[in-house]
Write a protein that binds this ligand. Sequence first.
Ligand code: PMT
Length: 406
Amino acid sequence: MLHGKRILLIISGGIAAYKCLDLIRRLRERGASVRCVLTDAATQFVTPLSVSALSEDRVYGDLFSLTDEAEMGHIQLSRDADLLVVAPATTNIMAKMAQGIGDDLATTVLLATDKDVLVAPSMNVRMWEHAATQENITTLKSRGIRFAGPTEGNMACGEFGEGRMVEPLEIVAEIETYFAASAPLAGRRAVVTSGPTLEAIDPVRYIANRSSGKQGHAIAAALAGMGAETILVTGPTSEAAPPGVEVHHIESAREMYDACMSALPADIAVCAAAVADWRPAEQGDSKIKKEHDAAPPRIEMIENPDILRTLSAAGNQRPALVVGFAAETDNLIENATSKRKRKGCDWIVANDVSPETGTFGGETNTVHLITGTDTEAWPAMRKTDVADRLAERIAHHFDQNTEAAE
Ligand code: PMT
């Protein structure tokens, strides 16, 4: 969800500062970069070394450091960020923010910024309830400062009440919500299929294919990263669930079909799964016995439902943009072009899956995007980059259509 987002994290001096180490880790595992500014008081609770190790960046703290100002001025710190987060935010730093005091690097950056600021307060219950704090909060909220928490609970000082900093994952969720609201696909819903399907022969045997789910999962992650509410319907894979994506695990093509149809309505459908075209006509309840000297069994196959074709012809339930994939070993463009027409989808992504390409299961893919008006050859790239580029094209498509409708 936070792929490529730049967070400037200002850590002020409260006991909850230790939770920031986890916050940095959580943000970074979601693809954000985190640059940190520590107040003097914060260094009493966490060491710059720990913060630097987790953020994999140097840590800033001294307003009057000649080297810091030369390398990265305090104005540049906020210019380089997409969002400023103050966590923990003590009553002291919030008072300075409300009064416009800039007497150290953290508060000067907060005064100098034109970026949005999210604050996660942390303090004793009586400090939180104090009229001065409450007035400062009202002032900060009236200026558009966003708040995550605080929450109620046992405090490090032994008291109970409101003032505890919310947990790092709740701060992450607030940050994700912030970016999702301004994301290019915010308000759109996407269904993505990924991975192989397994077609049972009997309770222990099945027919499958070599799809790893890497391409489909990356597409779901990219669409979610652009703010789309994303449902991923996937066959068995070892790929991790992409953050911020609702995942439905299925095995057979018929289960994938049912899960996709129940996910409608949607604005976008991307079918990257390698769905088995056929399945055994009979799936016995017991294991087929290998009889001595008997001929191998003959497996009669019947056709599976075509998910892409059904989505493309779903009447008023049809997603506004339906994107299929064409996995070809010969005549890539010719076959993919006629597949686009046959399936009725808007775009088709053609990829060569001949064994020497390593497309099935590999990290990279070389694709052509066939839109009906254009055929674009994309260079070989990582599947995650194919996914990002496709998501950008999808966002651009909706952008253009919205502009045309206005
Ligand atoms: O999973 P990876 O290892 O990362 O590999 C990625 C991939 C090669 C599987 C992927 O990039 C890809 O090409 N997916 C489509 C594979 C495929 O089944 O292609 P096809 O040409 O047979 O099918 C055409 C389209 O119809 C596809 O969008 C497919 O999802 C869809 N289809 C096919 C049959 C069916 N019964 N229902 C479908 O929806």
